[in-house]
Design a protein around this ligand. Structure first.
Ligand code: T46
Length: 130
């Protein structure tokens, strides 16, 4: 199974809910970068690459979207919609993000700074590096 999810504790009271994420505490890496995407049109497919080294946690903090995970042997589709649930994606996993709902905001916690050299954007090359 490729899917690995982290469920974050919800601190709720009459005011609403708060979720806290701490590096190396409730996620397994140091956070060097945070980015997020929104305003993604319905028919758009993002991603379509793997990473040589990068580890990430994806959290759909608003709306929903789907993630295709592919380790070269099996493929899995994961629906993200819970605001306190993170999907871990390690290195050498091909990922595609799709079916974004209108209000979707996908937040990503990343173990490394942005580095284009870490991307493998060609599927054949991804398979050949495994
Ligand atoms: C991933 C999935 C889940 C930056 O300048 N800094 C950044 O930190 C990132 C992530 C992107 N960019 C620039 C590079 C492109 O010009 O933003 C533009 C869009 O990036 P990209 O086409 O790589 O976005 P996605 O949604 O296809 O993939 C992103 C991450 O790049 C990738 O690491 O795993 O989200």
């Amino acid at each position: 199974m490729i899917e690995r999810k982290f469920e974050f504790e919800e601190h709720g009271d009459s005011r609403g809910t708060l979720v806290s994420i701490e590096q190396l505490n409730n996620i397994p890496f140091e956070i060097k970068r945070v980015y997020y995407m929104y305003g993604t049109n319905e028919n758009v497919v993002r991603g379509k690459h793997s990473h040589k080294n990068l580890k990430q946690i994806l959290i759909c903090i608003s709306g929903s979207c789907k993630i295709l995970l592919d380790n070269g042997k099996e493929k899995e589709e994961v629906l993200l919609y819970k605001k306190n649930e993170g999907l871990y994606i390690g290195n050498n996993i091909w990922r595609e993000m799709f079916d974004f709902s209108e209000e979707a905001v996908l937040l990503v916690l990343a173990s490394e700074y942005y580095n284009e050299n870490d991307y493998i954007r060609d599927y054949e090359m991804f398979i050949n590096t495994l």
